[in-house]
Ligand binder design. Structure first.
Ligand SMILES: Cc1cc2nc3c(=O)[nH]c(=O)nc-3n(C[C@H](O)[C@H](O)[C@H](O)COP(=O)(O)O)c2cc1C
Length: 373
């Protein structure tokens, strides 16, 4: 009965979002909508009444979705991906929306206003976004100050990056900046992700190179922390490039990978008769296959040595399940949330339970990598 009520609730909310709210929001400037959503989310998270109302409207729980990974308890596998809550304003409201975890950031060593506007575009037909924020961040000192001492209801990942500026193109300066941000969050949150793969920053993505990654991780590993470490990688890497990253990650005992960031490879995702708007990296359905390919490659190559967080183009429970069966233990999304509405988190979680039951699994962890067994 409870399951049926949740299904009806989600169906009503989804219909309202897609047919009433989204058509209005999609007429407005995307970055403005993003900024206003953050203000609203911050307000809704600020008091117990609004949090309770949100919980009643959106949350869903089922023990089949619970996992303990790297010593961290996840009540469900659906997380908010880095880039939506760059400066850590939504940590209080996201549990009520039903998220199992959140990755804040990317947060850089220094404050950065990002690339000039406009820097966010929608592709409604393709169900994708084009992102050229260029690592807008309040900087690690301010964000760490905001979050220090907070009690988090769900695990918070802190995604760190080097500041987007001409100065950090120099490898040594870039490493210093990464380490500054990493150190600021050494004791805040549940895990850290080092973002190697922003497609929109000065100097490209140099730390995908094994030599530079090795220099970076050598310095990172000097910082004392108990937090597990993830690397967020691009969807555009060849198998040879992935092999290089895996080798260095093994050497420095990295715990896992976030697969993947936005694609910058416009050739690979050419859409006949259509120009992709703006400039920058591309999300959603246009990155989904590339992301799944990367998850599968790493999982098959390394078996269960690394924890994989799968991200890119998840709109439904089936999309999430596909990534889990490819080898992801946890999944994240942004574009699916923008296109489907906040009830998508509960829809995915409830749908996952149905898919697990259909396939005879008792817990989500049993489905991880099932495609390759
Ligand atoms: C508006 C926006 C901003 C993003 N900013 C970041 C970022 O700062 N750091 C990062 O690691 N990924 C960033 N990403 C990438 C997402 O975390 C995610 O990897 C990518 O969008 C694919 O997931 P999706 O298809 O569910 O959106 C951003 C994505 C979007 C849409």
């Amino acid at each position: 009965m409870k399951e049926q009520i949740t299904s009806v609730r989600n169906a009503i909310e989804g219909t309202l979002y897609r047919n009433v709210l989204k058509p209005i929001l999609f007429r407005l400037d995307p970055e403005r909508v993003h900024d206003r959503t953050l203000v609203l989310g911050k307000f809704l998270g600020s008091n117990a009444v609004t949090r309770g109302l949100m919980r009643a409207g959106f949350s869903y729980s089922n023990p089949m979705l619970e996992q303990k990974i790297l010593g961290i308890k996840f009540r469900n596998p659906v997380g908010l991906s880095a880039g939506f809550d760059k400066d850590g304003h939504l940590t209080k409201i996201l549990p009520s929306i039903g998220f199992g975890f959140e990755e804040i950031g990317s947060v850089s060593g220094e404050p950065c206003s990002g690339n000039p506007k406009p820097r966010l575009w929608r592709m409604p037909k393709e169900r994708a976004l084009v992102v050229n924020y260029g690592l807008k961040s309040e900087g690690c000192a301010r964000v760490a100050e905001r979050l220090r001492g907070s009690h988090f209801e769900i695990p918070i990942g802190t995604n760190v990056v080097k500041t987007n500026s001409p100065e950090t193109v120099d490898t040594e300066k870039g490493i210093e900046d990464y380490v500054k941000a990493y150190r600021a969050f050494a004791h805040i949150g549940a895990y850290t992700t080092i973002n190697l793969s922003c497609p929109n920053a000065f100097g490209g993505q140099p730390f995908h190179s094994p030599q530079k990654l090795e220099s970076l991780l050598r310095e990172i590993r000097k910082v004392k922390t108990k937090k597990p470490l993830f690397l967020k990688i691009a969807p555009d890497l060849s198998e040879k490039e992935l092999d290089g990253i895996i080798r260095v990650a093994s050497k420095f005992k990295v715990d896992g990978f976030v697969c993947t960031n936005l694609t910058k490879d416009r050739e690979k995702i050419k859409i006949p008769g259509k120009n992709i708007p703006g400039k920058g990296g591309i999300s959603g359905k246009l990155v989904e296959e590339l992301s799944n390919r990367t998850i599968s490659y790493i999982y098959k190559k390394t078996k269960e040595k690394f924890i994989i967080i799968g991200v890119g183009g998840i709109f439904t429970a089936e999309d999430a399940y596909k990534k889990i069966k490819c080898g992801a233990s946890l999944i994240q999304l942004i574009t699916g949330l923008v296109f489907q509405g906040p009830q998508v988190v509960g829809e995915i979680n409830q749908g996952l339970v149905h898919l697990l039951e259909r396939d005879g699994y008792k817990n989500i962890s049993q489905a991880v990598g099932a495609e390759w067994r």
